[in-house]
Write a protein that binds this ligand. Structure first.
Ligand SMILES: [Zn+2]
Length: 101
């Protein structure tokens, strides 16, 4: 038996938190919901070919690697916020500055 965490790198725990947030906010349904639950519980390696395709679509919809305005690499902890607002922390700082002037 493989010990849990063998090939878990630093970002994956945070990614699971993000995926859990999508579930908690009822963003996902049907196959996307089922597949995401499997990824959280068992990791992506547990997915079949078809399930991997579904999970890839989930990532395509909800994950943005870099802020297009700042080239800022968005951490998992800020990913849902970016998805819902379209703003990274630098975008918000810029906008706050504009509103102040
Ligand atoms: Zn930004």
């Amino acid at each position: 038996m493989m010990s849990f965490g063998d090939d878990v790198d630093d970002g994956l725990g945070d990614r699971n938190d993000f995926l859990q947030e999508l579930i908690d906010r009822e963003e996902l349904s049907g196959a996307a919901l089922g597949v995401t639950k499997v990824v959280i519980a068992k990791g992506e390696k547990a997915l079949s070919g078809g399930q991997k395709d579904v999970f890839k679509l989930v990532l395509d919809v909800y994950v943005t690697e870099l802020c297009p305005r700042h080239g800022y690499r968005i951490p998992w902890g800020e990913m849902y916020h970016f998805h819902s607002s379209g703003q990274c922390c630098y975008c918000e700082r810029d906008d706050a500055r504009i509103h102040k002037e």
